[in-house]
Design a protein around this ligand. Structure first.
Ligand code: GLC
Length: 426
């Protein structure tokens, strides 16, 4: 994909931000067994209703969420305004299957948008194209009622699509989000998928309307119109650098903290803070963003383990922000076990695997003038290996003539990921 100057301007804040929080909150948070629980357990409409009746969100405090994201070093938040279950977190004029009409009695989108704005965070709204509550959404293979398809009334897919378009317009007009994050298309023609792609969603028409209403808003890649997207959304995977093509293709990797997007206490595949930072740094070094998910509990709290982890991430970000924010791909090849990011000529070497004594840098654009740790500003001494070197023989062996050797302390600094900033002679 080629970017125009206008695209580059529209997306500048997003390229700069690098780190955002995904929030999956809905009725499934009360079930606490993954946001696909309605499908996984084939729960029919009337049985699922119990979660609506117990959706109180009494501990959901939008400003706590916004402040937590900010303190973790994030610059934007993406909230599920509606997930596949069809429940809407805002006061939609097109349905009463919404948070304001539930025991919660509040418009949670409005609250979070306001809280993010007052913290200076950008806000994105996730919107599910699937809708397992709407009476006109076809009973395809993902639908919780798939097993009962033979007994069901005919459905008016176009009727559903008008609802979808109207709700998207409503979200844009009411909240003016910075991102619309659609999820997802499955255009295959199998009996399970039944062609839920651009034709079915009438994506081209929807995109034209979006451009008319909100030309600066960014839209992701899940509407099944290749080339229309502002960014692509690899899910639970880090793309390789060849695939994402450096700075040319905008992308945002999204990740769960524990294997489920919605709050699910039995999902215990927890990342630790060091892994989260590795994902973030790896993304930035390849020109991408990281959207890290946190699922509020059934009452809307941030669970303790997530809060502690975000605290550790935030502590690192507080000191190392310069190597992440606004940084991107560097032309300097990263040594083994390292990732390099660069911003305005400032170069940052993130050392994932701590070597014993020496780190060899090649392909530097100019001689190194000074190197220092970012966390404490202390010098890292360096030498260039010459043809005829007066360095100790063991250092000469570290790399070919012309390469620069950073002389590292044996003991790894006590930060989650040590970072060394390189300053070149001009
Ligand atoms: C998926 C899942 C969904 C999750 C999303 C996040 O497509 O269906 O539950 O919200 O990805 O990327």
């Amino acid at each position: 994909m080629t970017s125009t100057t206008a695209d580059i301007d529209r997306t500048a804040w997003f390229r700069d931000a690098r780190f955002g929080m995904f929030i999956h909150f809905g009725l499934y948070s009360v079930a606490g067994r993954h946001e696909w629980v309605q499908n996984y357990e084939s729960i029919g409409e009337s049985d699922y209703r119990v979660y609506f009746e117990h959706f109180t969100a009494d501990r959901f405090d939008a400003s706590t969420w916004a402040r937590t994201a900010k303190a973790a070093g994030m610059e934007y938040v993406v909230l599920t305004s509606k997930h596949h279950e069809g429940f809407c977190l805002w006061d939609s004029e097109y349905t009463d299957y919404s948070a304001p009409q539930s025991p919660a009695g509040r418009d949670l989108v409005e609250e979070l948008v306001a809280a993010c704005r007052s913290e200076g965070l950008r806000i994105g709204l996730y919107y599910s194209l699937l809708d397992w509550h709407h009476p006109d959404f076809p009973l395809d293979g993902f639908h919780p009622d798939w097993k009962n398809r033979s007994t069901s009334e005919p459905r008016d897919g176009d009727g559903y699509v008008s609802y979808l378009h109207a709700q998207v317009e409503e979200l844009i007009v009411r909240f003016g989000p910075d991102i619309l994050w659609f999820d997802f298309s499955y255009p295959g023609d199998s009996v399970v998928e039944q062609g839920k792609g651009a034709d079915f969603w009438q994506s081209e028409r929807l995109l034209a309307r979006i451009t008319e209403l909100a030309p600066d808003m960014l839209v992701n890649d899940r509407l099944d119109v290749p080339g229309s997207e502002d960014f692509i959304t690899p899910e639970e995977v880090q793309p390789s650098r060849d695939i994402v093509n450096g700075d040319l293709q905008l992308w945002e990797a999204c990740r769960t903290l524990n294997g489920s997007w919605g709050y699910a206490p039995t999902y215990q595949n927890w990342l630790d803070a060091g892994q989260v930072l590795r994902l973030l740094i790896d993304s930035v070094s390849k020109g991408g963003n990281l959207l890290l998910n946190v699922g509020p509990t059934g009452r809307g709290d941030i669970e303790k383990r997530a809060a502690l982890l975000l605290g550790d991430v935030g502590e690192w970000m507080d000191v190392h922000e310069s190597s992440i924010r606004g940084a991107g791909v560097s032309s300097i090849p990263a040594p083994e076990g390292c990732r390099i990011t660069e911003r305005d000529g400032r170069v940052f070497v993130h050392v994932f695997d701590w070597p014993t004594g020496h780190l060899v840098l090649r392909g530097l654009p100019a001689p190194l003038a000074f190197a220092r740790f970012v966390h404490d500003g202390v010098e890292v001494r360096h030498e260039v290996i010459g043809e005829v070197s007066d360095l100790a023989p063991h250092v000469v062996l570290a790399g070919p003539a012309g390469s620069t050797v950073l002389k590292l302390p044996i003991v790894r600094p006590d930060v989650l990921i040590p970072v060394i900033e390189l300053d070149f002679a001009r």
